[in-house]
Design a protein around this ligand. Structure first.
Ligand code: ADP
Length: 763
């Protein structure tokens, strides 16, 4: 326990106390439930409102009772005791640990309703677009029962639709859409263009994924350089097209074509008459086709990988990177645009924000996940969040087998196939968790060779995946999936309709197989958690080889002698202890990377807050005009004829233009600094101090430069009742912007990501 032992003990005691208290409240709520059940809807809703005093839920028992009655009436679900407990813990701002299948969707909606009743606006952060829509619709009757409003914000919604959605009390949205709206709102030049309304609470589903695993993933807003071809815009428009509706892929998978609807949609979104007109056919249409080809036919990790910020083609027959290969220029650029890489045709990053920075903007963060306990350190260190463990509603019936450890990857792969074949022969459904898409494809091919029908999830389509995963518990199924694919979807035994539930239960329920240990046990447990939901029988089993990345990375140079049997299997306590040790080492490394990288990000996060405040002031007042008038009184006097509102708007536009430009330059510069500072790290200076010194100095200069250049522009740009004519001076804002998530996450992915992550510390 070490020097801080007393601290942990005290913390443990505290959460136990909380637990007892909330259990007592939940108990007393059940008698209140009986009383409320006799009342009509309006009276029940009123009882919930009456339970609030001074912005807090004062009478928690009545509040829970009202929610229970409403849930029963609107959704046909009476909350389990453990669900009500979880709601209380969420309302105090904890991250709750609740196993998969315990009903977190209802818990989240109940807690969000509680926050909303106290006048707080809640962003309910979902894993993907599909779940945002699904959960908002599913939970809508419950929320509306109390006269509150609920909506979802998803990728396909327009700015106007989002603006309306954000005004609701509870908004379901995936984290990247929330972040993209923050970034876009930081580019507006008039307050009326704001899309996102302020929220008080972020309630995060699968909290450890968002807050820990993907914490350092940057969300990026990029824009075309004024005057250049809008490659980014076309990419963006094409990226939203939907298979089978807007385009169709030929059966052989080699060609793709727009449907009539798709063509019409592209024309509408690009604001052109016809893609096939003489002026467009050789230009716009070519680009659209390239972008569509890149989107629909070229799949990351199968046809190419992204490494070191560059596209690398994969030689399909060998499954290796083909070093010197490039696609024809246009196609290369189209795939680069799709991946958010630097595109030969130009385009620049306007702004970026990491998920961690995004989440820290909320006054209150709370969350739910099946694997919170293992993330306790990170949640406390980075967000000051506490973890509450909620009991299972029914006891766990899953059997977790000991790891099967092999000397080589080859032996391991063979054993995995044999095991799946053997389980499949009994009819028991199998869900296999792999580390990446390529591994999934290889395994599926090997299984098909053995005559087994396999469903593969490859993170292409959330709704389709949800449908496949929902069936993963059916008799005779074999489903192969990467870590995140299909998360958040219930796997019911006997298929989505539970037709063969009893038969599958007799066969032992769902068997989950991991093809190697993840770099943290938390990720292993996420996978295990897919079996044995709500007291179902189930099995989990991991395969490991001494050549796995986790073992090599965590084991360092430690040599290990072991005696495998003729199949390569090693049965030795010493070896399984060693594997566990290796995983603890990689866990420690990840935490260290996270802490280090966050140190780099934190300063920029603080600086962004200053930029935000400055922007808000410029947007909401006449300060821009006042500052420019003061610095260039003569020019201001010349503009006396221009109506005041136009003058103020023009000044605002000029100052925001230079502020945003300076910020984008700053981000780019600091990125370069981070990369070059690596050299000093080798010289054993303290790179982080150096980085900070430069960041502070540059930021000061940024502020000055933005003002000076604004004065320059103010003097020379023509200003009339229509505002400032920036574009005449080549100072136009990007005419198109697009967003993406940098998927080369230092903390995620398979392969040697741990190594890459460490390499990334000083970049
Ligand atoms: P989780 O997100 O925790 O994995 P879900 O929210 O998807 O779990 O819920 C799992 C299943 O349990 C769903 O089918 C849901 O309808 C059901 N469920 C949840 N709570 C209750 C309840 N109180 N009574 C009956 N069924 C419930």
């Amino acid at each position: 326990m070490g020097a801080f032992g007393w601290f942990w003990k005290a913390m443990g005691a505290q959460s136990e106390r909380n637990d007892k208290k909330s259990k007592a409240i939940v108990e007393s709520s059940s008698s209140a439930t009986q009383e409320l059940a006799a009342l009509d809807d309006a009276a029940v809703a009123q009882a919930a409102r009456d339970s609030v005093r001074d912005g807090e839920i004062a009478d928690k028992a009545t509040f829970l009772a009202a929610l229970a009655v409403a849930s029963e009436r609107t959704l046909g679900m009476h909350p389990f005791i453990v669900q009500s407990q979880a709601v209380l813990r969420l309302l105090t701002g904890d991250v709750i640990q609740m196993a998969t299948g315990e009903g977190k969707t209802l818990v989240g909606a109940m807690a969000a309703t509680g926050f909303a009743l106290t006048g707080k606006r809640v962003h309910l952060v979902t894993v993907n677009n599909y779940l945002a829509d699904r959960d908002a619709e599913w939970m809508r009757p419950l929320v509306e029962f109390f006269g509150l409003t609920v909506s979802s914000v998803t990728e396909k919604k327009t700015a106007d639709e989002r603006r309306a959605a954000y005004l609701c009390d509870i908004i379901y949205a995936p984290v990247n859409e929330l972040g993209f709206d923050v970034l876009r709102d930081n580019q507006i030049t008039d307050r009326s263009q704001t899309v996102q309304a302020r929220a008080d609470v972020a309630l995060v589903d699968e909290a450890d994924s968002v807050l820990v695993d993907e914490a350092l993933v940057p969300l990026v807003l990029a824009g075309n350089r004024p005057g250049q071809a809008p490659t980014g815009h076309i990419t963006n428009v094409v990226s939203r097209l939907r298979e089978d509706l807007d385009y169709v892929i030929a059966e052989d998978g080699r060609t793709v074509a727009l449907t009539e609807d798709g063509a019409a949609r592209v024309e509408r979104e690009l604001g052109i008459d016809s893609l096939y007109s003489e002026e467009n056919i050789g230009t716009v249409l070519v680009k659209v086709n390239l972008a569509l080809h890149a989107k629909a036919l070229l799949i990351r990790d199968i046809h190419y990988i992204v490494a070191d910020g560059k596209l690398q083609l994969i030689d399909a027959s060998r499954g290796r990177v083909a070093d010197l290969q490039r696609w024809p220029d246009g196609l290369q650029a189209a795939v680069e645009a799709k991946e958010g890489l630097e595109v030969s045709e130009g385009g620049r990053i306007l702004d970026t924000i990491t998920l961690q920075e995004l989440m820290r903007r909320y006054p209150l963060v709370c969350g739910m996940t099946g694997t919170a306990v293992e993330a306790t350190d990170q949640l406390r260190q980075f967000y000051d969040l506490h973890v509450s463990v909620i009991d299972r509603n029914k006891e766990l019936q899953r059997f977790d087998e000991a790891d099967r450890i092999y000397a080589t990857v080859e032996d391991k792969s063979k054993a995995i196939v044999e095991e799946i074949v053997a389980i499949n022969a009994t009819g028991q459904p199998v869900l296999v968790g792999t580390h990446d898409v390529a591994e999934s494809e290889d395994l599926a091919a090997a299984l098909r060779e053995r005559g087994i029908a396999v469903s593969v999830l490859n993170a292409k389509n959330d709704a389709e995946e949800a449908r496949i995963v929902a069936e993963a518990g059916d008799i005779g199924r074999v489903t192969v999936s990467t870590q995140m694919a299909g998360r958040g979807t219930d796997i019911k035994l006997g298929g989505a309709t539970e037709e063969d539930r009893d038969k599958v239960a007799e066969l032992g329920g769902l068997a989950v197989i991991g093809t190697s240990r993840h770099r943290t046990s938390r990720l292993d447990n996420q996978l295990r958690g897919r079996a044995g939901r709500q007291g179902d029988p189930g099995l989990s089993l991991f395969f490991v080889s001494l050549e796995d990345d986790v073992v090599k990375q965590g084991g360092g140079d430690e040599a290990l002698s072991a005696q495998p049997d003729e199949t390569g299997l090693i049965q030795s306590k010493r070896v399984s202890d060693f594997v566990a040790h290796c995983q603890r080492v990689t866990e420690g490394q990840l935490l260290e990377i996270h802490a280090q990288t966050w140190k780099y990000n934190q300063l920029l996060a603080d600086q962004r807050i200053i930029i935000d405040e400055r922007r808000a002031k410029l947007l909401d007042s006449a300060q821009a005009w006042e500052e420019l008038e003061q610095r260039a009184p003569q020019r201001a006097a010349e503009l006396a004829e221009v109506p005041e509102s136009a003058r103020i708007a023009a000044a605002r536009e000029i100052m925001l233009y230079h502020l945003d430009l300076a910020w984008a330059d700053h981000l780019e510069l600091m990125d370069d600094v981070r990369e070059s500072i690596h050299l000093r790290a080798i010289a054993r200076e303290t790179p982080i101090d150096e980085y900070h010194r430069i960041a502070v100095r540059e930021f000061k200069e940024l502020a000055q430069r933005a003002v000076e250049e604004s004065v320059d522009t103010f003097k020379k740009v023509s200003i009339d009742e229509a505002g400032a004519h920036m574009e005449d001076s080549g100072l136009a804002r990007p005419s198109a912007t697009w967003t993406y998530m940098v998927s080369d996450n230092p903390l995620s992915g398979g392969g040697n990501s741990v190594l890459k992550g460490i390499g990334n510390i000083f970049r």
